[in-house]
Design a protein around this ligand. Sequence first.
Ligand code: CP
Ligand code: NVA
Length: 291
Amino acid sequence: MARHFLNLADLSTGEIRALINRAAALRRDPLTDTLSGRTLALLFSKPSTRTRIALEAGMAQLGGQALYLGRDSLQLGRGESISDTARVMSSMVDAVAIRTHAHAEIAEFAAHSDAPVINALSERAHPCQLLADLMTWQERCGAADFDAPVAWIGDGNNVCNSWLEASSMFGFELRVACPEGFEPDAERLRAAGASIVRDVGEAVRGAAVVNTDTWVSMGDDPARAAAFAGYQVTAELLDQAAEGVILLHCLPAYRGSEVDETVLDDARSAVWQQAENRLHTHKALLELLLR
Ligand code: CP
Ligand code: NVA
């Protein structure tokens, strides 16, 4: 049975810690042949910069190769079923990373795939992102135990859902500041015991990590951005958080919306290191699932 990574909890906390250690080793020594002769297919229905490059460059640096397959370039785009596609693709490649508007499609693909399936972002979750986020938190704060409060500011979206999952797994406090009607998944919120607040200052007070993301995710109606006035992350907001706070943003960012024009360049911003860590953590994930 293939091992899939559809949600963060498909790995144990011990495996995530080990993966982060391996990612740090791969940064020091990036070229190996651990996945020599192996192939990863990327089946993407949405644009991507970081995830695509991390997986494609990562496979090359591990001695394997990657195939980028836009959904509409496949027969899938003209009606071949997910299950048939999964059976065929998984007989030819060693793993498949899927980016889709419909999380159920990834689950269906995985159910019919003999090869590991990686959730490379769905409308419900972005577990790959969390691997890099946790690594960055650990590196910047020395937070080996992930036990400090974290604030999420803005939309209760896919990335927020995966942070809730991390909160349940590692036990840190997560405070979500979002407008009414833009809350994250209720079940994940309950499982994490996370609080919803409407005041951004209340969310960041004492927080070691301040997190945000776009107000308009891929596939969302751009008009929803109007609901987020007052939810912008600024240097002044970071001033209200704990000493040593870091700012995380999965990127792409929209300066002037969820972040102001300059806060990504603030000394407390860890977003560039966070983006680079996508490469190292995804290489470690590929090794874990494929070896
Ligand atoms: N953060 C992230 O997943 O970025 P991309 O959409 O560029 O892959
Ligand atoms: N929430 C964003 C994340 C992009 C990496 C989206 O789904 O578009």
